[in-house]
Design a protein around this ligand. Structure first.
Ligand SMILES: Cc1cc2nc3c(=O)[nH]c(=O)nc-3n(C[C@H](O)[C@H](O)[C@H](O)COP(=O)(O)O)c2cc1C
Length: 208
């Protein structure tokens, strides 16, 4: 029997049960139906503090992520990420970009790079892409406009790259803030299910 695909979703929405979380739930449910093992982490439930730019974590060369001096939930989160075959990185678009909690998480990924004092720029410790990633984003604006004017998917994709994951699909949900408890459209649910099935099967998906 094949080992099940292990999918980890990292959710940067401020609302439990909002559009982002429900879209992620649809992806994960359909992946589970195809035999995947899934786990969802809401960044709201984690204690992540701001990177202090001390750069301790970037000084020692090697494949292992640098050790952060801050004592919070980031190290455990990175361990979970290491165990995953595929990631779902999800955030609403706020002020044109990812939410502040997602940005805090992304900044803490500096430990995935080797960047000693004196070097002009960080270098990825693991330049390869051994995982796959799906990006999920939402906006009040229509999707096309939001993608043109904001950088939420760019930020999520760059996080995926830092974590050694190739982005194989994006689900962008525009017009997501018209009701307080907005339903996902039938089309979005279908797209989410397609992504979930393909993630579980270990295939790329272009359900953007
Ligand atoms: C502080 C704040 C800033 C926002 N900025 C934008 C924005 O720049 N562009 C946009 O289209 N929607 C913006 N929105 C709307 C959110 O993207 C929308 O409510 C969210 O995608 C819904 O996701 P959720 O249900 O998971 O919370 C903003 C919402 C808030 C609360």
């Amino acid at each position: 029997m094949n080992t099940p695909v292990n999918i980890l979703a990292i959710v940067g929405s401020y609302r439990k049960g909002g559009i982002i979380e429900r879209a992620v739930d649809e992806i994960l449910a359909s992946a589970r139906e195809r035999g995947a093992v899934t786990r969802k982490i809401s960044l709201l439930d984690k204690r992540l503090v701001f990177c202090t730019n001390c750069r301790s974590c970037t000084q020692i060369a090697g494949e292992n992520y640098g050790v952060c001096i801050l004592d919070d939930d980031m190290a455990a989160l990175l361990q979970e990420i290491e165990r995953a075959d595929a990631l779902v990185l999800a955030s609403p678009m706020n002020a044109g970009t990812v939410t502040a909690i997602m940005k805090t998480f992304i900044e803490r990924l500096v430990c995935t790079a080797y960047w000693p004092w004196g070097a002009p720029a960080p270098k990825a410790r693991r330049p390869g892409k051994s995982k796959r990633a799906i990006l999920v984003a939402s906006s009040a604006a229509p999707g096309i406009l939001a993608r043109l004017t904001g950088d939420v998917t760019k930020r999520l994709k760059s996080a995926a790259t830092m974590l050694g994951a190739e982005t194989v699909g994006t689900l962008f949900i525009g017009l997501a803030a018209q009701q307080q408890h907005q339903e996902l459209s039938k089309r979005t649910i279908q797209k989410a299910h397609k992504i979930g099935r393909k993630l579980a099967a270990g295939k790329s998906t272009k359900a953007s």
